[in-house]
Design a protein around this ligand. Structure first.
Ligand code: AMP
Length: 210
């Protein structure tokens, strides 16, 4: 299955992608993570992406699409994949349709006030991509990844001012994609719950994977 997870920053896409990747045995691909890795490695693309990400703006389509195209050409995606954070614009959705076919798009809905509360406690693992929350999903050991043992970090772009801009960008540029997929009969909607496990139940139910 080729699946897209849509939703505002902090909706829990990464967390649900982890569950779905184990359940469906297909890789989850986060363009945000690919970009952060490129920045850490100091590649040309990483350098170009840096200022956009720091301000909470979208990185130009051409940079992200090439990065994604390269990732999708790897053989582990042959049986399907989960996209987390792509597409972010209608232009990206149209480009994606020229690269592969998408089966389902799950929109994970969470209100802006809740997002602001959530992102202040978010902690991420830059090595394996796992995400945690100080209250909702704490790691077993403070600031250490349960999966791979790496030290967790706080994302640069999770500061309040940047989060507010990322939400504005989401509503103006990404949310219209829902209509794109609704018109094609591919849109499924799940409502984020307070408990991660309840959101997972909702996601699996909506996708018919219970
Ligand atoms: P994320 O980890 O998905 O929240 O992405 C972090 C940041 O990376 C975003 O705020 C954007 O600046 C950039 N980014 C990630 N995915 C995309 C995309 N598909 N198109 C443009 N920019 C992106």
């Amino acid at each position: 299955m080729n699946l897209i997870l849509l939703g505002p920053p902090g909706a829990g896409k990464g967390t649900q992608a982890e569950v779905l990747q184990k359940r469906l045995n297909i890789p989850s691909i986060s363009t945000g993570m690919l970009l952060r890795n490129a920045m850490e490695q100091g590649t040309q693309l990483g350098k170009e992406a840096k200022e956009y990400i720091a301000k909470g703006n979208l990185v130009p389509d051409v940079l992200v699409v090439n990065l994604l195209r390269e990732r999708l050409s790897q053989s582990d995606t042959n049986n399907g994949f989960i996209l987390d954070g792509f597409p972010r614009t209608c232009a990206q959705a149209e480009l994606l349709d020229t690269i592969c076919s998408i089966d389902k798009v799950l929109s994970l809905e969470v209100k802006d006030e809740e997002i602001l509360k959530r992102l202040s406690g978010r902690r991420v693992c830059n090595r394996c991509g796992a995400s945690y929350h100080t209250i909702y999903k704490p790691p077993k050991q403070d600031m250490v990844c349960d999966n791979c043992g790496a030290v967790l970090s706080i994302r640069e772009d999770d500061k309040e001012e940047t989060v507010l801009n990322r939400l504005t960008v989401y509503h103006s540029q990404t949310e219209p994609i829902k209509e794109y997929y609704r018109l094609r009969g591919k849109l499924y909607i799940a409502y984020g719950q307070e408990e991660v496990s309840d959101t997972t139940k909702e996601v699996l139910r909506v996708l018919g994977l219970e």
